[in-house]
Design a protein around this ligand. Sequence first.
Ligand code: DQA
Length: 141
Amino acid sequence: MKIIIINGPNLNLLGSREPEWYGRVPFETYFRRLQAAYPEHRLSLLQTNEEGALVSALQQAAQDCDAVILNAAAFSHTSVAIADAVRAIPIPVIEVHLSPVFAREGFRHHSFTAAACKGTIAGFGLDGYRLAVEHLTGNAL
Ligand code: DQA
């Protein structure tokens, strides 16, 4: 299965950014572990700080991939355009947040993008991405 992880703004700073919420592991380090754990699947990664690039990446994913794991970061809470892009593509999109967004500030409790996604995983740190892969690849019990 071809799965792309699409990460939004500031997630390139994982490892040093607010480690109390996001941990101390750079995403590339975690991503290599994830790839090694699922050698039978093709996992790819795209990170961008730009809203329009996230829209384009979702549109492209519909051509190239079977599923998307999306952490649109702060744009989750603001972007109708990204939510529309999720709705516009026929492949499943799972939203992941590292931090427990519902236990944080009120403005993080609403996600435009989650409303368009198949489901949301929040609060399990980087392990949320593995949980999403497990679901997508049908490893659930
Ligand atoms: C985040 C949560 C968002 O509220 C925040 O803006 C982020 C990261 C998370 O993964 O916990 O940048 O998406």
